[in-house]
Design a protein around this ligand. Structure first.
Ligand SMILES: [Ca+2]
Ligand SMILES: [Ca+2]
Length: 182
């Protein structure tokens, strides 16, 4: 075998190994991606793990997203229906990326943008910063009405430290790779 042939064979072997690793990684990636639901330009992940608002947010970020920010009535409608299907009890609501923990009454989305007062879906008499559970009041928002929400209004301010399910969101396309080896 001359040097040229050996080199070609070596290159092919190397390429095959690299592709094998790459493809296996890619398959795992696609598998992980499969639990995210795609809608419009976004992916949503409905976590069944219950944790505090802060922990839920950290978990969304570890997954490459953040707690959901709701930008349109259509998005609210989609989420309201999905959450309704997933709720197992009336209090089984899902954290969303909305908090007034920095300053009482000033609601911010997780990305720091303010909640527009004309674009809210608070449930009846919410937010009420109810202090019965804790003197801290209620500074984090959950959503969901098991029986369906009147005019999509199903946000509730709740005690941030309580463990609940959550909705993560990320941009479609983020963290994805294309395999060109096969
Ligand atoms: Ca509050
Ligand atoms: Ca409340």
């Amino acid at each position: 075998m001359d040097c040229q042939v050996l080199r070609v064979n070596w290159d092919r072997l190397l390429e095959a190994s690299v592709c094998k690793v790459f493809n296996s990684h890619h398959k795992n990636h696609l598998k992980a991606e499969a639990v995210w639901e795609q809608r419009g330009g976004k992916y949503y992940y409905f976590s069944t793990m219950k944790s505090s608002w802060n922990e839920s947010r950290a978990e969304c970020r570890r997954k490459g997203g953040d707690l959901v920010k709701i930008n349109s009535r259509e998005e609210q409608r989609f989420l309201e229906i999905r959450v309704r299907d997933k709720m197992e009890a009336e209090e089984d609501k899902f954290w969303i990326g909305l908090t007034d923990s920095e300053e009482e009454g000033r609601w911010l989305w997780a990305d720091g943008s303010p909640l527009e007062t004309w674009f809210t879906f608070w449930g009846q008499d919410q937010p009420d910063n109810d202090r019965r559970q804790s003197p801290d009041g209620q500074d984090c928002a959950r959503m969901g009405m098991r029986g369906g929400a009147d005019d999509l209004k199903c946000w509730f301010d709740s005690l941030c430290s309580l463990p609940y399910k959550s909705i993560c969101e990320k941009e479609a396309g983020s963290g994805r790779s294309l395999c060109e080896c096969v």
